[in-house]
Structures are given as C-alpha cells and as structure tokens.
Ligand binder design. Structure first.
Ligand code: ADP
Ligand code: ZN
Ligand code: ZN
Length: 818
C-alpha cells in the first residue's frame, strides 16, 4: 500500500495537496516537518506536512515529494491547529496563514527574492519612477519580496525591468540574505582629565579658573553632578545643568581639563543590569492585581481598564514574573508602533536575557533565531514581546498572554490575507494552552468592554494615576468663535499659543497632534474651483512642501507643485485643510528659537527613524513634537506638560461606524501623554464643534458615557458588538464588470440572508491604482450560527469564482473588519 502526505503549500489554495511518499519516508515524517515539493510545471515550494495516511487523492494522481527538510517538526501540533482555526474563521487559505506565520527564510523556493540594500537610505523621490517608488516602499514594509509578490504589488506581469533598474541603481539586492547592519547610536560623554583627579589638584584647578567665571561654573556643576554617581556624564546633561554654551566646554577641552569621548548606546540589546528590586504597588495597583489573579483562578480572560499612567505596565511585569518563575513562556503583544526601545528596556530591566523580541522591522535572520529559541528551549521561560505576528510563534508551554493597548486597530491585519485580529486570535491561542490572558487599555474597544460587561471577560478598573498624579486638565477651544474674533494665527488659537509659550518658558515640552500628514490635502483654484486629482485613484493630491510636490497617498503618483491652475491657468490657488507639515512650518515661524520636530509616516521610514525621534524627545533635544497618531501610542515621556489637538473635527467626521469610538480613543490617549509626573498637565482641544458629545466626553474622561452612547448606536444600526460583520470588497480594472459582479454577489447573498446584506455600495474611495472598488456587507445576528453562515458564504463564493466573465474581479473577504 502506498503512503501519502497532505501538504500545506504557501499559496492561496482552497485545499491541502496530497503527495506520495515511500514507506521509509512515511515512517520518518511527522506533521509539522517541512518538505520540498514540486508544484505546477516546474516550480518547487517548501510546504508543511499536515498528516500522513494511505488514502490516495480522488481527482488527481499524487506526485512524489522531492525531499524532507527537517529532522524534527518545525511547526508544532498546536500551531497546525491554530492555522486551521485562523483559516476557517477568517475565511482564507491555510497557505496564506503559513506565509504570515513563518519567517520568510524558512520557505525558500525556486523563485527569486529581492530585498532593500539599505533600509535607512530612502533615495530622493524625484529620481524614481512611480513603480520604483511603490516597490521600494513595499520593501520597507515587508523586508523581502518574491518576484511573484512584486507582480502583485505593482499589479503587472512585466516587473523585471523595474527590478533591474533598482538593481542598477544599487538600491536592492537579489537572492541574498542580508544581515541587517546594526548601526549603534553614539552619545558624547565628558570626563575630567586624569591629571586633575586628586582632591588638591581639583582645588588648584578651580583657583586657576577664577578669572574665567563661566568655565569655573561648568567645573563646579561637573563636580556636583559626578559626586553623586560615578557614571560617565553626558555632554548634554552638563550643558543643561550648567546652562553653559558648547563653546565654553570646548575651551575646557582645549585646555586639557576636560576630555570628551563617545560611547555606543545600544538601542535594543540588553545592557547587562537587571534589578532584583521588587515593585512596590500602590494600594490601587495592589487591588487591581489581586482582582486579576482572582479572575485568572476562574479561568477567565481579563480586561484591565486602567487610565493612562495608572501603572498598568508594572502590573504586567509582576504577572510576567510569576509566569517566568514557573518556567513557562509569556507573550506580550503590542501594536507595531508602540513597540519601542522604551518599553523593551523597561522589561529587560526585570527579565534581562529572557526577553525576546519578534518584530517585522527585524531582519529575517533575527526572527529565525527567536523562532528557534522558542521552539527548542521552551522550558527556560521567555517573555516574547511582539507585534501581531508573534501569535504565530511555536509556543509549547504558554502561561500568559498580555495584549497591551488592546483597542488598537493595528492588531488587525488589513492586507494581505490572513486578515486576522491578533487580540481575538490570542484568545483562541491562550485557550489551547489553558493560559491566562490579560487585555489592557485606558480606552478599551467597545467589543472588549461589552464582553466584560456581559461577564464573558473579567473586568478590573484602575482609576488612579500612579503616585497620585492628577489627570491633565482638558480645555476645549471653540475655533469657530476664535476665527470670527480674529484670534487665530494660522491654525493656532490665542489660547493654544499662550499655553505653548508658558510651557516652553518652564522648560517643559509640547506635543501637537494632527491626524494628517503632508502640508495640505487639497489644492484649489479660487477662480474655477478645480483641484488636482490623482489620475489613478479617486482622491485629490496632497501638497508636500518639503519637496514641493503634489502626491497621492494611495499609489505614490506625484507631480511638481503647480503654480497655475491646470484647468484655467489662474494663479489664484489656495490650500484647503492642513497636515502636520503645515503645522511644523507655522511653528517654526512662531517659535524660531525652539527645536521643533515632526513625527509621521514621512519622517519615520528607516528601521531606527522612529526610535531616533523618540529618544531625542526623551532627552529633551526637541521642544515641540508635531505628529499624526504616532504620537498617541503608549509612550511615557517625563517632561510633556502640554498636549494640543489641532482639530478634533476631521477625526469625528470620518465616514465609518467606528469613527466616534476611535476619535475618543485617540484624543484620550494623546491627552494621556501630558503631565505624567507630579505637575498637572494641560490639554487643549481645538474644534469647530465644541459641543460634540465625543469632545465633551473626552474632556471629562467619561469612558463609560461614551461606551453607553456608542453602544446604543451600534444596537440601532446593527453593528458590532451586537452583529458580526463580513465585508466583501470587489475590485477590478473594468468598471462595469466589477459592478455586475458586485450585483451578482449581493443578490446571491440576499437570497439566503435577506435584509442582513447591505450594498453593493461605493466605498469613500471608489478607485485606487486604476481598480474600481465595491463593498458588500453581511451582518450576522448573535443567534445565527457563524459556522453555517461561513459555509453557505463559501459556497456562494466558489460559484462566483466559476463564472468566466467575473474572472478579472478579485473578491477580498474581511471577517470582523475594522
Ligand atoms: P500605564 O501603562 O498605565 O500608562 P505606566 O505603567 O507607564 O502607566 O506607569 C506610569 C509611570 O508610573 C511610569 O513611569 C512607571 O514607571 C511609574 N510607576 C507605575 N507603578 C509604579 C510602582 N509601583 N512603583 C514605581 N513606579 C511606578
Ligand atoms: Zn482654475
Ligand atoms: Zn493615486
């Protein structure tokens, strides 16, 4: 009797593929081992053995495998089970899950792979064609792309010329594993020259400087700073404390009194010092901690609703300690962007080398290393900090999962499949191991809070900031009136300017939040009303002042800024709306003496760019930081006393049923960056609608009020958490085929699900990269079986796929879209 193995291939196939193996191979093989198998005419793929059996496939003849690639399984049985769950719940191929689950290096195949030569260097946009730009951008996100994926990214078959151009320009490399170059950051330090280290010499030195008072002043500061700790002194600290100029320090160096030297400040790797000091909880933290443990005893997922700066992280650390002491593994999930050096160092402080980091910005090799460590050494108790894809690691004895900032929408993968939600998937993952799971947030998602209110999750509230620091005072500024009374300077109200001045005078820092990048999203001719649009997408082009370009944020298309209207040649052109760049420009004019920086997608492209801005801000090298929602993410800055929200309205007016919930979360999170130490912080919200209920709820920190009100709307309009949603997005280059296909699909779904089908409707952006979009929503009431719904839906989708005329239409299925 022949033997067979069912193989999961890294391709979007509906089914596993069956191959033939010899008896000897069958005896050796175990589920979870990798195999090299032939596929199609000439390709070879790395697949995963799922099960070994003796039933030949019915509709095709099984080909023999090429080779077994592992001696022991690389994928655990729990992982295989987890993949199957993701694939069925999120309605995607197991092959898609496989691709998301394993570091690319485990899946070498017969095709080429390209990577960026140097992640830091993003060349000047002007020298690149649109395709080159788009491809480079994609490579920055994904670290490596197969030729096939490049075809998808660029949406064309003939991609080799583009790749060749980039190879010529020495921007990418082909088929080569790059060991990402780690560039350590260097810090300038100051020390006393060896000649003066004796007590007597010190006095002599000070006497000799009696006629150079400012130099003497520096030396006195130096001695007082170094008296307390023997650590090397940062030049920056010396300058700050002595209020001296760099020139004075230089003359001391020239005289041979001080010496300067550089030391690497390692950003991620562990510095070697851990603390054995126990965390001393506040009374409120202690209470929250005990309540969490109580819920865990009852085997419940627990939601910790703790206001910003209430000391949630300390609670996580204490829980992690217990898990590690028991020799178990712990997973600490964070949104990609919040995964900063700041937090990593905080955890390393307690757990040293037991902290492992799994992050898409790390090289393939670094990720492979972490994967192997977790697989091969499960007993030594690691804390794995990672973004959403860390749920796919080969855990063997997981004891605890923490999902920090659980409300963050970036836990949901948007594109490509699997479109999974890491928080929800983590709940399933934890259940496989009987592990505890803690969700934490200052602004929980409605879904999680709903689950907690209905006793599906345990709920723990922590309403005090640590150290009795007060929550910031929130003031709403009505900019409609301010405009009328001419109390605006650019986009700044007189109130905001006043507060910025006060804060800067007190040598504290300011964060300004505006949820748009670029200078201005719309350029408009005042004569004829024309505004430049992207030729490939239905959006207007955003003006970027730093390179004087008009740019599409969806496809990368760009042209030079127009001095005349393209329609009527008029030179009367104005901008409408504003982004972070414009705020930065205005600030530089208003506060020429202060250091101003911007943090948005445009300024944080390289691997370390984000960390660089954050550490500069932390070291008070920046006075005012302007940014998009990047500035809202769980950061713990000590000197921010003022937060300004430039405009609350464009958040609130976003056409989405979650817009209000999101605005509340964003505003409260950014407000939470203010006044995290003794001094009470201040937040100013500028709005045209100061009476909007969300603005009011933010100003009083009324989470529960927001929750109740939004929940009622969700109930009335049949949205989550009362109804589940599956969204079908149809896209095609052919407008009418796409419409017909959408009509067909909506009708077929309506035949079964009736009124619970909405659409087809045109999404807010109807065309992207020359593809037309249509959406259909399927709402699933609580009492309706999810499984049956998905089975029926899958049947309809496979009939759809068999219709020849719809072949050019792609259907993207998104379960629980957010
Ligand atoms: P959250 O995560 O809730 O926003 P953090 O955990 O960042 O709050 O805590 C805010 C600040 O208070 C941090 O600087 C943290 O180090 C400090 N902190 C919190 N709890 C304690 C504690 N028990 N002992 C000492 N410092 C604490
Ligand atoms: Zn015009
Ligand atoms: Zn475009």
């Amino acid at each position: 009797m022949p033997y067979f193995v069912d193989v999961i291939l890294p391709l979007p196939l509906d089914k596993r593929f069956t191959y033939e193996v010899s008896e000897e191979e069958a005896n050796f093989l175990k589920p979870g081992m990798r195999l090299a198998v032939p596929f199609g005419k000439s390709k070879i793929y790395t697949g995963i053995a799922a099960n070994i059996h003796q039933t030949p496939p019915e509709v095709y003849e099984a080909k023999p495998i090429h080779q077994i690639l592992d001696k022991v399984p690389l994928i655990t049985s729990n992982q295989l089970k987890f993949w199957a769950w993701i694939s069925s719940y999120y309605m995607c191929a197991e092959g898609d899950v496989l691709r998301a689950a394993l570091p690319g290096a485990f899946l070498l195949e017969s095709e080429g792979v390209i990577q960026l030569k140097n992640k830091e260097a993003f060349p000047n946009d002007d020298s690149l064609s649109d395709d080159e730009f788009v491809l480079l951008e994609a490579l920055q996100r994904q670290s490596s792309l197969k030729i096939q994926e490049v075809m998808k990214v660029l949406d064309k078959k003939t991609v080799l010329p583009v790749i060749n151009k980039l190879l010529e320009k020495d921007l990418v490399v082909l088929n080569q594993e790059i060991y990402e170059q780690y560039k350590p950051k260097k810090t300038r330090y100051i020390k006393l020259s060896g000649n003066f280290s004796k007590e007597a010499a010190m006095h002599e030195l000070l006497d000799s400087l009696s006629r150079a008072p400012s130099q003497r002043e520096i030396m006195l500061t130096y001695f007082s700073l170094t008296a307390k700790s023997r650590k090397p002194l940062k030049l920056k600290s010396l300058l700050k404390e002595s209020k001296a100029s760099p020139g004075t320090v230089k003359s001391l160096i020239d005289k041979g009194i001080l010496e300067e030297f550089y030391q690497e400040t390692d950003r991620v790797s562990f510095s070697g010092e851990t603390t054995s000091k126990a965390i001393v909880f506040s009374e409120y933290q202690q209470k929250a901690f005990s309540e969490i443990e109580g819920h865990f005893k009852e085997n419940k997922v627990c939601l910790l609703h703790g206001i910003t700066s209430s000391g949630k992280t300390e609670i996580y650390i204490e829980l992690l300690k217990e898990v590690l002491a028991g020799g178990k593994q712990a997973l600490y999930l964070l949104p990609e962007i919040a995964l900063t050096t700041q937090l990593i160092q905080r955890l390393q402080h307690y757990f040293g080398e037991k902290v492992l980091i799994y992050h898409s910005k790390y090289s393939v090799n670094e990720r492979v290393e972490v994967y192997r460590k977790i697989l091969e050494d499960p007993g030594s108790g690691h804390v794995i900090i990672g973004a959403r894809s860390a749920v796919f690691l080969p855990f063997k004895n997981l004891g605890l999962v923490v999902v920090d900032e659980e409300h963050e929408s970036s836990f949901k993968q948007y594109d490509p499949a699997p479109r999974y939600h890491a928080r929800d998937a983590a709940v399933v993952l934890a259940s496989f191991f009987n592990a505890n799971l803690l969700l934490g947030s200052a602004t929980p998602s409605l879904e999680s809070y709903f689950n907690a209110q209905h006793h599906k999750y345990g709920l723990v509230e922590l309403n005090r900031r640590y150290g009795d620091v007060l929550l910031p005072e929130i003031e709403i500024v009505d900019i409609k009136t301010k405009h009328k009374r001419k109390q605006m300077t650019g986009h700044f109200s007189d109130r905001l300017l006043e507060e910025i001045k006060t804060t800067l005078k007190e040598e504290e820092q300011v964060i300004l939040f505006q949820n748009r990048r670029g200078f201005s999203p719309i350029l408009e001719c005042t004569t004829c009303g024309h505004s430049p649009q992207c030729p490939n997408c239905d959006v207007s082009l955003t003006y970027h002042s730093h390179n004087n370009q008009l740019r599409c944020h969806y496809c990368g298309y760009h042209i030079a800024m127009q001095q005349k209207c393209m329609a009527c040649q008029s030179t009367e052109i104005t901008t409408k709306g504003f982004g972070t760049e414009q705020i930065e420009t205005e600030l530089k004019a208003l506060f020429p003496k202060n250091k101003i920086a911007r943090m948005d997608q445009d300024t944080t492209r390289g691997k370390y760019a984000f960390d660089k801005i954050i550490s500069a801000f932390e070291n008070q090298e920046i006075d005012i930081l302007v940014g998009t929602q990047m500035v809202t993410k769980g950061l713990d800055f000590r000197h921010v006393n003022l937060v300004g929200i430039m405009n609350a309205d464009n958040l609130l007016n976003f056409p989405d049923f979650r817009a209000h919930e999101r605005s509340f979360q964003l505003m409260l999170q950014v407000a939470g960056r203010a006044g995290r130490t003794k001094k009470r912080g201040k937040v100013l919200i500028q709005s045209y609608n100061p009476n909007h209920q969300i603005v009011q709820q933010v100003s009083t920190g009324d989470y529960f009020g927001m929750y109740k009100e939004q929940l009622e709307e969700r109930y009335n309009y049949k949205y989550p958490p009362y109804y589940r949603i599956i969204r079908f997005t149809l896209r095609s280059r052919d407008f009418s085929t796409n419409n017909n296909a959408a009509e067909w699909l909506a009708k077929s779904l309506t035949n079964v699900f009736g009124d619970y089908v909405l659409g087809p409707e045109i999404p807010p952006i109807a065309r992207i990269r020359n593809e037309y979009y249509k959406n259909i929503l399927l709402k699933i009431p609580q009492q309706q079986s999810l499984e049956k719904t998905k089975t029926v839906t899958n049947k309809i989708l496979s009939s759809f796929k068999s219709i020849g005329t719809f072949r050019s239409v792609r259907v993207v299925v998104n379960v629980d879209p957010i």
